[in-house]
Design a binder for this molecule. Structure first.
Ligand code: NDP
Length: 295
């Protein structure tokens, strides 16, 4: 079985992005800039934001982090976004989720200029993805990273049956729409399953490409997978494991040990889809910079 190594690919991608940033610095005197806003003190969000800032620095992009207290009024956050929308040095704006209760996440998504929405969450970007205007939109980073992985591993997708389990706005729905596009790199017949799907295994067993974005540890078991399928595991679930120092460990939505005996290719957790997400965020930020400066 082929292990689809997202860690390795994300490092290659970061080298490529760094080369582009270095070239643009020399030719234009400018570099792409990403601003991340974090509201509150959610420890997991703080780790994600630190990683994003660190990776920006590694590839030579400008990054800034705006930290706001948990009781920040929505209006103040929206005002900050409005001023970042107008700042020519900012090419990407990301507001780390989850947000505190008093802030409407959708209002925040709508407030970000679609041209700077490097998360790809704005309805204009999602709409353009659905309509196939991929060169003019930002695609949500996790699905975009999965497409990149499939492409770099030369996995044939055209005409294949792709089954996506999960229909969230940030993973399942954009993923399914991406795989549906009339592009050489996708062009699949797509089925989407969710919590109300009856006899889910009858669908997943038909998948040539099975993408699990559920958030339930080891949900996909070997009896749900066709022999030779390509299996992409998006899930990140922390489970108890007394054999580790911390007493816990991360597992995906797929029973890796069982399913790897059947699959032809598979992403591990950790080290599969996860590392690609930040890399694609920076790729989107570079694209935003290139569009702004007609490069
Ligand atoms: P959500 O909770 O927003 O969505 C989960 C989806 O799974 C929903 O559509 C839900 O169905 C479906 N689902 C839940 N239980 C079942 C079930 N028993 N049978 C069938 N479908 C079910 O999660 P996300 O999409 O945000 O994330 C999914 C997973 O991916 C999580 O583990 C998350 O941590 C991980 N993730 C990883 C990323 C990475 O970079 N690797 C990035 C983003 C997420 P319904 O709509 O009916 O409720």
């Amino acid at each position: 079985m082929l292990i689809i190594d997202g860690k390795k690919v994300s490092l290659e991608l970061k080298d490529e992005l760094k080369a582009s940033v270095d070239r643009y610095r020399e030719t234009t005197g400018k570099v792409p800039g990403l601003t991340v806003i974090i509201v509150g003190e959610d420890p997991a969000s703080q780790v994600y934001v630190r990683n994003k800032a660190k990776t920006c620095k590694e590839i030579g992009m400008n990054s800034s982090v705006i930290t706001m207290p948990a009781d920040t009024p929505e209006e103040h956050l929206l005002d900050t976004i409005a001023s970042l929308n107008l700042d020519p040095a900012v090419h990407g704006i990301l507001v780390q989720q989850p947000l505190p209760e008093q802030i409407d996440e959708f209002a925040v998504t709508l407030a970000i200029d679609p041209q700077k929405d490097v998360d790809g969450f704005h309805p204009e970007n999602l709409g353009r993805l659905v309509m196939g205007h991929l060169d003019k939109c930002f695609v949500s980073c996790t699905p975009y990273g999965i497409l990149e992985l499939l492409g770099r591993y030369g996995i044939e997708t055209s005409g294949k049956h792709c089954v996506v389990v999960g229909r969230s706005n940030i993973v399942g729905k954009p993923m399914a729409n991406l795989m549906l596009q009339k592009l050489k790199r996708s062009n699949c017949t797509v089925t989407i399953c969710h919590s109300a799907t009856q006899d889910i295994a009858s669908y997943t067993r038909q998948a040539d490409i099975l993408i699990a974005a559920i958030g339930r540890a080891k949900f996909i078991t070997p009896d749900m997978v066709k022999e030779g399928a390509v299996v992409i595991d998006v899930g990140i679930n922390r489970i108890d494991d007394p054999t580790t120092k911390s007493g816990t460990r991360l597992v995906g939505d797929v029973d890796y040990e069982g399913v790897s005996a059947l699959a032809s290719a598979m992403t591990p957790v950790p080290g599969g889809v996860g590392p690609m997400t930040i890399a694609m965020l920076l790729k989107n930020t570079l694209h935003s910079f290139e569009r702004t400066h007609n490069l």
